[in-house]
Design a protein around this ligand. Structure first.
Ligand code: COI
Length: 348
């Protein structure tokens, strides 16, 4: 791999005590280019702008996908990346569905480790801080004919981040707009899934909510996701989350939480379709103990209010509840304070 180091690090300009999510970027980035059916050797070089033609394919047709993952500073001074193989696989799941070339998993693993290693000083050391890693790929051919791009760029940039203070999360059960539909691209991390969600989210914001709970495209009867995260409810001491489908993103945090909960057995786990009416009935009857989003950025984001057809239901967010216990277990595993029986941390 070709490596060109920056002559002037920008790390001194960063206030690691006041990091705003995803706004500052480390010194280096990794870039590989695809043309004539093959990927170039990835190159690590100083972080900086790309130049592009106005006819660049992705600006017109949106063949663009990304990943979100984190590297942690561990108790023993090592750096650990959480489940990078899972991200490499999910990137290629997105690539296949978006008709883009897969990026070889071994190059992904080698590249991400080399990049984090070069910028290891950028991995924040404070608790609940991490280096957010953003691999992405987009069509870079120069033509506006509506056919797949022939050239692509794969890139990884990294950003030091602190705790994701979502504050009080009030969500509205969305019954007008949909995030995804059967046969669509909802299970991929394509850029348009996020761009397409902003309008509905803003409508909910105007009504005083922070986010929406997405429901199914047909009848808005089934709960699917919450904002950019997978969603779970604790009802009658049971953890319930919707099953994966072509409408729901296979969250790596979701998968890790399911694995931990099934192994530790401190709560009953159900991965099954869950109806809006079941959540609302449980809220009315005082059986909805907790609700939360699960994702890379916030890890777990407790929901304090669910709005449904003009009525707001308050949900407790106990410090010693299930959500916080799950978060603690994951945090301890990631920092090396607890064992990692699954080999999830790739350390160096
Ligand atoms: C998540 O953590 O839920 C995300 O998808 C990250 C985001 C910044 C899009």
């Amino acid at each position: 791999m070709k490596i060109t180091k920056t002559s002037q690090s920008r790390i001194k300009d960063v206030d690691f005590n006041n990091l705003v999510f995803g706004t500052q970027f480390s010194d280096h980035m990794l870039v590989a280019e695809y043309s004539d059916g093959a990927w170039s050797e990835p190159e690590i070089k100083p972080y900086g702008p790309f130049s592009f033609t106005p006819a660049m394919h992705t600006l017109h047709y949106g063949q663009a996908i990304f990943e979100g993952q984190k590297a942690y500073y561990m108790e023993n001074g090592e750096i650990g990346i959480f489940r990078p193989e899972a991200n490499a696989k999910r990137l290629n799941h997105s690539a296949r569905r978006m008709f883009m070339p897969e990026f070889p998993e071994d190059l992904f693993m080698e590249g991400i480790k080399a990049l984090v290693d070069i910028d290891r000083e950028w991995v924040p050391k404070a608790p609940n801080h991490s280096l957010y890693l953003r691999p992405f790929m987009f069509g870079s051919s120069e033509f506006v004919a509506a056919r797949p791009s022939e050239k692509y760029i794969f890139c990884i940039i990294t950003s030091p981040v602190g705790p994701y203070y979502a504050g009080d999360v009030k969500v509205k059960i969305e019954e007008t707009y949909t995030r995804s539909a059967a046969g669509g691209v909802g299970s991929t991390k394509c850029a348009g899934n996020y761009g397409g969600a902003f309008y509905a989210t803003d409508q909910a914001r105007k009504e005083g909510y922070t986010q929406v709970i997405w429901t199914d495209h047909k009848n808005h009867e089934l709960v699917e996701e919450s904002g950019t995260m997978n969603v779970a409810f604790i009802i009658d001491d049971t953890f319930i989350t919707p099953p994966l489908s072509d409408r729901i993103l296979g969250g790596i945090t979701r998968d890790s939480i399911l694995t931990l909960l099934r192994d530790r057995g401190f709560v009953k786990v159900e991965e099954r379709p869950i109806k809006v009416e079941e959540v609302v009935a449980a809220a009315k009857e005082g059986r909805l103990q907790e609700a939360f989003g699960m994702g890379t950025a916030a890890v777990i984001s407790p929901i304090s209010t669910i709005g449904f057809r003009g009525t707001d239901f308050s949900i407790s967010t106990p410090e010693d509840g299930y959500a916080m216990r799950i978060k603690k277990e994951l945090t301890e595993l990631r920092s090396g304070l607890a064992e990692d029986p699954y080999g999830w941390m790739v350390k160096f």
